[in-house]
Design a binder for this molecule. Structure first.
Ligand code: CO
Length: 138
């Protein structure tokens, strides 16, 4: 089940410049920063109400974000929805004929399992599903 809007991913070229801009607009106290090796991105995020805004910059020229920036420039990259089970949603959506970018959940930022749906199946909107990874150890 898809339960809520979790975050909005924004593609940026320069994370520091963009943090300064968003700091000005939203008066952000503190950004959460993280490098997600698997996606070749570094992110800076902050919350507006219940929703995270996630500024995402490439760490390598072959990062999917680098390709997006080359094609489309900076701007909204994806919208992410929380799910109670990303893998159940992927099989449900695939049965519905929705094309998936990721057939299996991957490891994303904020200790979450994530998977992208293909924008050709979602009216041009890149959608991500995400689910917190729950561990007993910590
Ligand atoms: Co995301």
């Amino acid at each position: 089940m898809i339960t809520s809007l979790n975050h909005i991913g924004i593609a940026v070229r320069d994370l520091d410049a963009s943090k300064a801009l968003y700091q000005k607009i939203f008066n952000v106290d503190k950004f959460h920063t993280e490098v997600v090796e698997e996606q070749k991105v570094s992110i800076a995020s902050f919350k507006v109400g219940d929703v995270l805004l996630e500024l995402t910059a490439p760490t390598s020229p072959d990062s999917p974000i680098a390709k997006f920036l080359d094609k489309r420039g900076e701007g909204i990259h994806h919208i992410a929805f929380a799910s109670d089970s990303v893998s159940n949603e992927l099989s449900r959506l695939s049965d519905e004929g929705i094309s998936l970018v990721n057939n299996e959940p991957r490891h994303g930022a904020h200790d979450m399992l994530i998977a992208f749906l293909h924008p050709k199946s979602t009216g041009g909107v890149l959608m991500e599903l995400c689910e917190p990874i729950v561990t007993n150890e910590k």
